[in-house]
Every structure is written in structure tokens, then in C-alpha cells.
Design a protein around this ligand. Structure first.
Ligand code: C2E
Ligand code: MG
Ligand code: MG
Ligand code: MG
Length: 292
């Protein structure tokens, strides 16, 4: 069924050639059509994946991830439609749909997890321009979600050309109490320059760097160094790609506090989200604040 198909990267790989003029060369057109009206009516939906605290297994946040089942060609992998959307200037429509849906789902997410959880949404680095702040604040206001619940993940598929201008937008977002994360840290361009210029709250350590073992080695030393670096800058670290208990244990031993990956849960639709295997802490009046 579709539910099991979309999980594997391989299943949708046949669409990978679409952007280069393969059998589905009309993907940009199909995408434009789908985003013209309400994306939710054209096969777009939002999946959620837990972000977990290593020490007690509590889900502290969820990341909202776009999914698209084209009415014409079927499921298209996010890496494919996001990159097509970025090239054709449509990625804002996807980001805004996901942002709005995540805010609309905030109350239901709180019910699933027994308390409010932070929500991470992805925003293409190309959108770090004036105007982003208004869109984000409007979505929060529309659905009555406190700014302190939202984390904007900056995904950098292209080099951020003007880090000073980007930093100004980040600062504007943060002035509302919205937190900002650098996504896929260490996999892209200029990681250290970005860390230097952008006043972010969270770094998401890319899965290519979290392939660590409990035995000390170079990969572990690198992770530990990034965690130490971020500690010094008062930046929280979330490790991506946690697939095994040993990887979780290794990262925890390296000082990393939070992780995300198939070990803790696959991305899934709201109605299929499971409360964490280890129950969340009983909610004392102040504990929601401590979880952030
Ligand atoms: P990302 O933001 O880094 O999201 C994490 C990706 O890692 C997701 O891929 C998720 O399914 C995958 N993942 C989670 N746990 C594991 C694991 O344990 N192992 C492995 N191998 N992978 C894991 P997904 O959903 O296919 O999304 C791919 C990328 O597409 C995202 O990477 C993000 O850059 C982009 N994307 C998704 N939704 C949006 C959106 O609404 N707006 C924008 N601008 N980009 C989006
Ligand atoms: Mg992300
Ligand atoms: Mg990421
Ligand atoms: Mg990544």
C-alpha cells in the first residue's frame, strides 16, 4: 500500500529522473498545477516525525515534512519535488502549506503526546528574505499557536548568498520568540560560516555525521567537537538519522541531548502518530517550559 511505499527512498526513485527530462519531464508543470489552488486538494499532505530526548525518550518536538502524491504520476519523493519547486520558484507555496497545516494540527499533536510539543517546519534558505516573518507570524496567529512552540528549520540546498541579510531575517523571527534551526548541519555549504553569521538556536547534525559508534573514533570525535562548539554558542544539537539504539547511545555519550530517526519513529500522518514508547514526564506546571 502507499503507506509502506512512501517510506522507502527507492520506491519513488523512478521519479528521480523527472527533473532531467526523463519520462516525467512534466513534473514542474504538474507541481505548478498542484500548487495553484489549495495544495491539500492536489495530493499534498504533512507527515510528522518525532524528535526525542535521549535521556528519557520523551518526544520534545515533531518535524513537519511535506508529502506529495501527484494525482497524475503518484507519490513523488520530497527530495525530488522540493528541488523542482526550488528551481521553479514554487517552494514558498509548499513551505506555507506545511506551516499552516502544522499550526492547524498543533492542538491535536498536544493531545497525541499528552502535552504541547514543539513543531519544526522546513523553510528553504532562499526564503530568508523580508516578508518571511509576516507569513510565519500570521500562521501562528491564525491558529492560536504560541511563537515559542515553533522552530523554523533553514534547509540550505543552495548556498546562502547574503549571510548578513539572512541573519537579519533570523533575528526578526527570533524577536517574536520563534526559534531557528540550521538543518543538515555539516552536509552543505559553509557550515562554519553559517554558524558564525546566523544567530540560530538549534543545529541539526546531518545523518552523514551521526554514523558513530560507542568505540572512540574520528567520527565520534567530530560529533563531540560539534556538540562542544554548539554548547559554547548556547545552541542545542539534534542528531539526525538515528536508526539504531547503538547510534543513539553513542551520540548521547558524546554529549548530544536529542535525536530524530527511524529508531524513534518514521514520519507519518497525524492520525498514525504514536505516543512515545516511554511515557512523557507527568506534566508539572513548569515542565512544558523545561522541555523546550
Ligand atoms: P530534512 O529536513 O533533513 O528531513 C529529514 C529527512 O530525513 C526526512 O526525509 C526524513 O524522512 C528522513 N529521515 C528521518 N529519519 C531518518 C533515518 O533514521 N534515516 C534516514 N536515512 N532518513 C531519515 P524526507 O521527508 O524525504 O525529506 C527530505 C528533505 O526534503 C527534508 O530533509 C527537507 O530538506 C525537504 N523537505 C521536506 N519537507 C519540506 C518542506 O515542507 N519545505 C522545504 N523547503 N523542504 C522540505
Ligand atoms: Mg528539516
Ligand atoms: Mg535535516
Ligand atoms: Mg539531513
Amino acid at each position: 500500500m502507499y503507506a509502506s511505499k512512501r517510506r522507502g527512498k527507492g520506491t519513488m526513485a523512478r521519479y528521480a529522473g523527472a527533473q532531467d527530462g526523463g519520462p516525467h519531464a512534466d513534473l514542474p508543470h504538474l507541481l505548478a498545477q498542484a500548487l495553484e489552488s489549495h495544495p491539500g486538494d492536489a495530493g499534498f499532505e504533512v507527515f510528522y516525525q518525532p524528535i526525542v530526548r535521549f535521556t528519557d525518550g520523551a518526544t520534545v518536538a515533531v518535524e513537519a515534512l511535506a508529502r506529495w502524491t501527484s494525482p497524475v504520476v503518484g507519490p513523488v519523493h520530497p527530495d525530488v519535488f522540493v528541488s523542482v519547486a526550488e528551481r521553479t520558484g514554487l517552494v514558498a507555496a509548499i513551505d506555507d502549506f506545511v506551516l499552516d497545516q502544522a499550526c492547524a494540527d498543533a492542538a491535536s499533536l498536544a493531545v497525541v503526546f499528552g502535552r504541547p510539543v514543539d513543531m519544526h517546519v522546513n523553510v528553504s534558505a532562499a526564503r530568508l528574505a523580508p516578508g518571511l516573518e509576516d507569513v510565519v507570524v500570521a500562521a501562528l496567529t491564525r491558529h492560536g499557536v504560541p511563537a515559542s512552540r515553533l522552530v523554523v528549520e533553514i534547509t540550505e540546498t543552495r548556498r546562502i548568498s547574503d549571510l548578513t541579510a539572512a541573519a537579519a531575517v533570523v533575528t526578526r523571527l527570533r524577536s517574536h520568540g520563534i526559534r531557528v534551526a540550521l538543518d543538515d548541519f555539516g552536509s552543505g555549504f559553509n557550515a562554519l560560516a553559517q554558524l558564525h553569521s546566523l544567530p540560530v538556536d538549534i543545529v541539526k547534525l546531518d545523518s552523514t555525521l551521526t554514523d558513530v559508534d560507542v568505540a572512540p573514533d574520528q567520527a565520534g570525535a567530530l560529533c563531540r567537537s560539534v556538540v562542544t562548539l554548539c554548547d559554547g554558542l548556547n545552541i542545542a544539537v539534534v542528531a539526525e538519522g538515528i536508526e539504531t539504539p547503538s547510534r543513539a547511545a553513542a551520540l548521547a555519550s558524546l554529549g548530544c541531548l536529542m535525536g530524530q530517526g527511524y529508531l524513534f519513529g518514521q514520519p507519518g500522518p497525524l492520525h498514525r502518530l504514536q505516543p512515545p514508547a516511554i511515557p512523557a514526564q507527568p506534566t508539572a506546571p513548569s515542565s512544558a517550559a523545561q522541555l523546550s
